[in-house]
Design a protein around this ligand. Structure first.
Ligand code: C2E
Ligand code: CA
Ligand code: CA
Length: 612
């Protein structure tokens, strides 16, 4: 548009213009305010000037890529270029003498009139933007610059308008905004946008003096959905979750996906806290309904953490963090439930954080101890197996059990290093027991699923270490939980095969507690099944536990596997298992887990008893 102005100025001041000069001006894209005045001058001049100049002006106007028009002070069109004619849908030369009221609906024409009047009452260019339907019914966005023009005495004569179709720019801008604010998979607002909205809602709550709740919704065991059914199914579950959450809350409540399997909702204007609990429970119920994906039905549950403004926290970060702690608590106390933030939770979270940092230090200083629990051959009472169990020797608190720190190690990335240390200790112990007591002795080592997922933990390192110690693979039994077997990932499978090839034995731990089924026993070449202690401990007073133990033993034997019963505490349990044909047992009835020298003493005593 700027070039049109400059070109017009030129035309009005020159008799003839060369193409070159015109092109040069047409390239310029900035406009100074005084150029507008020149244009206005030119226009006035034009209408009094020769036909030739008139045609030249029309040519220039048609050459520019913007729509250009002139109007009188009364809004009557005095001229325009071809683009503008096409835009308003009139034939060539048909616009002159018309007003907007002849062209568009009343409402729109009124609006244009207002804009025109605003432009004519000033001397600066006046900008306006408007979405409208074009001739083909597409939505387009038009940017219009309006400027008044005056005669040589400064009397207002009319208006010049230059319009540009900025639809593409607008759409590009919207796409960028969308991409930076919305999650591409679920189309829900993302974490960034959620945080922005939460800040805004907190401000509103401050003013209204009403409470506000942040709900953090975590899908339970989403990882295992991904691992069992594949990433595509996992994505489908997330997408459907994103549809279900807004169903349960009001349209004005902000819903977002703020992490892989984490969603969040802000509920403003709360008068009663029980409202939030009702919403949380509805969300849990809605998400517990089966996800139908293709021909499959997938069951998932959700755990929800609730934090309230202003009671639980006053700023955005703290609210999200506190809701997160409450969600963690809901998950750790059984999942598929909601839980409120409390300051006790905050302390627990701080403790976990502290412990996690201390654990890192403990790893580099090897502040762990190994205990070995004998595994007894039921038919003979012989001990040629033991399970290695780890303890953390904490400076202030003394010994900490694996149930407390292994999950921390897994979350903080320390597990690979700890697992490596444990393995080497266990291998050394196997070597020692083989040399001192029994050349067939084997040590069972618990394996975190993390080790099978992490590419840093290489089976070849352990195989090499065994060779260094002069130990055959059979000296180690890897105890694996179903989580390892459920990895559809190739890396876990190839690791299992590498251990297998090196002669390591394999046991499936905690059998009967999860999804692990006979199918896994068949698919992977295993040596032992360990019946979970919860079943063993029910043997005496629960008939179905007895049936289950017998069934596991019969099935394992049919497949050529040996059975180890865990957590045997009473003589009656031992007798039942012996009668059922169970091969091995471990538990307090025989011995607690023992340190290295205590374990030696136990074996010594057994040896003496046998020879006596
Ligand atoms: P798990 O593999 O099922 O280990 C058996 C647990 O039962 C051990 O608990 C053991 O001390 C306990 N136990 C043994 N006999 C009895 C009994 O007669 N009655 C009862 N009530 N319990 C008995 P612990 O040492 O606390 O280990 C707990 C879990 O921590 C283990 O369960 C295992 O999953 C994990 N863990 C232990 N050591 C390691 C390790 O070195 N690496 C990894 N990745 N995990 C480990
Ligand atoms: Ca175990
Ligand atoms: Ca176990």
């Amino acid at each position: 548009m700027a070039y049109a102005v400059t070109a017009l100025t030129l035309i009005s001041s020159m008799q003839s213009v060369s193409h070159r000069q015109l092109e040069k001006f047409l390239d310029r894209d900035s406009v100074a305010a005084e150029d507008w005045q020149h244009l206005a001058e030119s226009v006035r001049h034009l209408y009094q000037s020769s036909d030739q100049q008139n045609r030249l002006l029309q040519g220039v106007m048609n050459a520019v890529q913007d729509m250009v028009y002139f109007k009188s002070i009364d809004g009557i069109y005095l001229g325009c270029n071809a683009l503008y004619e096409a835009h308003v849908g009139v034939d060539e030369g048909q616009l002159n003498g018309k007003t907007d009221h002849d062209l568009v609906i009343e409402e729109v024409a009124d609006k244009m009139e207002v804009l025109d009047r605003q432009a004519m009452s000033g001397s600066e260019q006046h900008l306006s933007e408007r979405w409208m339907g074009d001739a083909e019914g597409n939505q387009i966005c038009i940017l219009t610059r309006r400027l008044p023009y005056f005669d040589e005495h400064g009397k207002l004569l009319g208006l010049i308008g230059v319009c540009r179709d900025i639809t593409d720019i607008k759409i590009a801008h919207e796409t960028i905004t969308r991409q930076s604010n919305f999650d591409p998979l679920t189309q829900l607002p993302n974490r960034r946008y959620f945080r922005e909205r939460l800040v805004h809602e907190i401000k509103l709550a401050q003013r209204s003096k009403l409470q506000l709740a942040v709900l953090l919704i975590g899908l339970d065991k989403f990882k295992s959905i991904n691992e069992t059914f594949g990433l595509e199914m996992g994505d489908a579950v997330l997408t459907q979750t994103a549809f279900r959450i807004p169903d349960v809350v009001r349209e004005t409540d902000v819903c977002a996906r703020i992490g892989g399997d984490e969603f969040a909702v802000v509920i403003p204007n709360l008068r009663d806290v029980t409202d939030v609990e009702r919403i949380a429970q509805n969300l849990i119920n809605r998400l517990a309904e089966p996800f139908r994906i293709g021909d499959d039905e997938i069951y998932a549950t959700a755990s929800i953490g609730i934090a309230l403004y202003p009671d639980n926290a006053q700023d955005m970060d703290a609210l999200i963090k506190n809701a997160g702690q409450a969600m963690y608590y809901a998950k750790s106390s059984g999942r598929s439930r909601f839980s409120h933030f409390t300051f006790a939770l905050q302390e627990a979270a701080a403790r976990r954080g502290r412990l996690s940092r201390e654990l890192r230090r403990a790893v580099s200083h090897h502040k762990f101890e190994m205990l070995y629990q004998p595994i007894v051959e039921l038919a003979t009472g012989d001990v040629r197996r033991a399970e290695a169990l780890v303890l953390w020797n904490h400076e202030g608190r003394g010994l900490i059990g694996p149930m407390e720190f292994i999950p921390l190690a897994e979350d903080s990335g320390a597990m690979v290093e700890i697992g490596d240390w444990i393995f080497r200790q266990a291998a050394q112990q196997a070597k020692h027991l083989r040399e001192t007591f029994d050349p067939d002795f084997a040590i069972s080592v618990n394996q975190s699923p993390v080790l099978f997922r992490n590419p840093q933990a290489k089976p070849s390192d352990w195989v090499a270490y065994m060779a260094e110690l002069g130990l055959p693979g059979q000296a180690i039994v890897l105890e694996l939980t179903e989580a390892v077997f459920m990895k559809a990932e190739e890396i876990a499978k190839s690791k299992l095969e590498a251990f297998r090839d090196a002669g390591f034995q394999m046991a499936i731990d905690d059998f009967g507690t999860g999804y692990a089924s006979v199918a896994y026993l068949k698919k992977f070449d295993l040596d032992y099944v360990k019946i979970d202690q919860t079943f063993v401990q029910d043997i005496e007073d629960n008939a179905s536990a007895r049936v289950l133990c017998e069934a596991i033993i019969a099935m394992a034997h049919k497949m050529g596997l040996k059975v180890i019963a865990e957590g045997v505490e009473t003589e009656a349990q031992r007798q039942f298992l012996l009668d059922a044909g169970c091969n091995y047992a471990q538990g307090y009835l025989f011995s607690k887990p023992l340190g290295k020298s205590d374990f030696d003493r136990l074996l010594q005593k057994l040896k003496q008893n046998q020879s006596a």
